[in-house]
Design a protein around this ligand. Structure first.
Ligand code: BGC
Length: 518
């Protein structure tokens, strides 16, 4: 989850449910899953800009950054090993997602979260104690495994434990936790950089242990979800847990629905094959495209490499880390804006407005750099440096109230029940894959394209905005089970996919109706 997708239940009928302490504890747990993810996003770029860290693990980069004028400014950090330090985490996460979807189903949500917690703790330990590059990368791979397990299990756990009326809000809350994790990492880097003795980076990498321990402890303490218990045949236990989490004895209707939903889910023999059916094409294309586009906004060039980027432009270490704290804070605040506006303004308005804002800010950055930092050792004057930071903030704020949360929210609300979990796995994988691509390529692209890299991202932003304009339907306030009728069948382009498979689609919705009648 990433911000992982928190889908609605079998349908969105309201059952009696109180916000019980166990629900609050569960939300706090989700916070640690999101914090952990965000912390890992934010921490790597900061430590990569610290000279003692570079000297120990990347001596070549260290020499390039230390010796004035020896290398073009834009190419100082161009190093595959340094990029692997960031990207290895996502490559591991991507691979593990497939196992995670199995353990989430067979071992349960709680045990999968516990596994994630152990991986996190092991990864943090390797990173904080790293003596060589191998230990460092191995630690990142362990963290990636943790993220693969956590991003699958935590969102599912949350969507099942939360009463349906707060599911949508929880989805964006998970994204908020990610941004808080990034900000926390930025702040930690800012302070540890000041430590004498050159081991501040160990504290930065080691402090990831706090959310890791909390997640492990939380997973140990909570009970598994009723859905998971029922799915694994523990009907009575599932019922008892449902009573406990809803804070009422009146749980029979919901219990029956869960039993039926689990039966229907078991009947879906080939969820991934289902996903490829023609009538699921719109959901699959939109979800995949949203994830690819989200990464090609260039957001992670900023989230991963802001300190390195600001260093490239001639900021001193302290100023670079400080500027990363500012962009991190803007990211958090703007995500809160999204929570308030997503169900009022709707998804399309946010995505399109943000497209314009992101396009303009990236173009301005490219133009400033193009004129002022053409090559070699030219550095930005203070006024222009501030202007670039302001433009980065404008870009980040637009991303944070649109593509950040919505690229996760929309896939979680458009897949029908029969393909929801498979759709979710594919969505997470595509996100991780393209996050890894950006992590592995950005510093080399910066070296090669120089300021043109921002024109490259601008081009993508233009393209994705046109995609949204014509192909992403509004899903604001549409209950999940009415998507086919109210959204796909009415869409100028996508209707051809659902209409030709009309009978088949009907069969599925009949199945869903059956579930909701019980
Ligand atoms: C993205 C991450 C990104 C984060 C920034 C998420 O939605 O998936 O790749 O780092 O937003 O806040």
């Amino acid at each position: 989850m990433t911000g992982g997708g928190i889908a609605g239940g079998a349908n969105d009928r309201e059952f009696e449910a109180k916000i019980t302490p166990i629900i609050i504890i569960s939300c706090a747990m989700a916070a640690t899953g999101g914090l952990m993810f965000g912390y890992d996003v934010g921490v790597s770029g900061g430590v990569a800009s610290m000279p003692p860290f570079l000297e120990k693990f990347f001596p070549k980069v260290f020499r390039q950054t230390a010796e004035e004028g020896s290398e073009s400014n834009y190419c100082k950090y161009d190093n595959q090993g340094l990029q692997l330090f960031t990207s290895s985490l996502y490559l591991a996460g991507l691979t593990v997602t497939f196992f995670a979807s199995y353990t989430t189903r067979v071992l349960g949500r709680r045990l999968t979260m516990l596994i994630a917690g152990f991986f996190f703790i092991a990864g943090v330990s390797f990173n904080a104690a790293a003596q060589n590059l191998l230990m460092l990368i191995f630690g990142r791979i362990l963290l990636g495994c943790g993220i693969g397990f956590a991003n699958q299990a935590v969102p599912v756990f949350l969507s099942e434990i939360a009463p349906s009326r707060i599911r949508g809000a929880l989805n964006i809350l998970f994204q908020l936790d990610i941004t808080l994790g990034i900000l926390f990492a930025n702040l930690v880097n800012y302070f540890t950089n000041k430590f004498k003795g050159g081991w501040g980076w160990r504290i930065s990498l080691g402090l990831g242990g706090i959310p890791a321990l909390l997640l492990t402890l939380g997973a140990y303490l909570v009970v598994d979800t009723p859905n998971s218990l029922i799915e694994r045949g523990h009907l009575e236990k599932g019922k008892a847990v449902l009573r406990k989490i809803r804070g009422t004895d009146n749980i029979e209707p919901e219990f029956l629905e869960l039993v039926e939903a689990s039966r229907v889910a078991k009947e879906v023999k080939h969820p991934f094959r289902n996903l490829l059916k023609r009538n699921n094409r719109p959901q699959l294309i939109i979800s995949t495209a949203l994830m690819i586009f989200q990464q090609f906004t260039g957001i992670n060039a900023i989230m991963f490499y802001a300190p390195v980027l600001f260093n490239t432009l001639g900021f001193k270490n302290d100023a670079a880390l400080y500027s990363a704290v500012i962009t991190g804070a803007i990211n958090v605040v703007s995500t809160i804006v999204s929570i308030y506006s997503v169900d009022k303004l709707g998804r399309r308005k946010l995505l399109l407005e943000a497209g314009i804002q992101m396009l303009l800010s990236q173009m301005v950055i490219a133009i400033i750099l193009g004129i002022k930092v053409k090559d070699h050792s030219e550095e930005l004057s203070k006024e222009y440096a501030i202007l670039v930071v302001v433009m980065v903030c404008i870009f980040v704020s637009a991303f944070a109230w649109s593509w950040g949360p919505l690229a996760w929210l929309i896939p979680s609300e458009i897949f029908p029940l029969e393909t929801r979990s498979a759709g979710q796995s594919v969505t997470v994988c595509v996100n991780f894959l393209f996050t890894a691509v950006i992590a592995q390529a950005f510093l080399s692209m910066l070296c090669y394209f120089k300021y043109g890299i921002f024109f490259f991202f601008s081009g993508w932003i233009l393209f994705m905005s046109v995609f949204v304009l014509f192909l992403v339907p509004e899903t604001k306030n549409v209950p999940i089970e009415e998507m086919t009728e109210r959204v796909w069948k009415k869409h100028w382009f996508w209707k051809r996919f659902v209409e030709s498979d009309y009978l088949e689609a009907e069969k599925v919705s009949d199945g869903n109706d059956l579930v909701s009648q019980l």
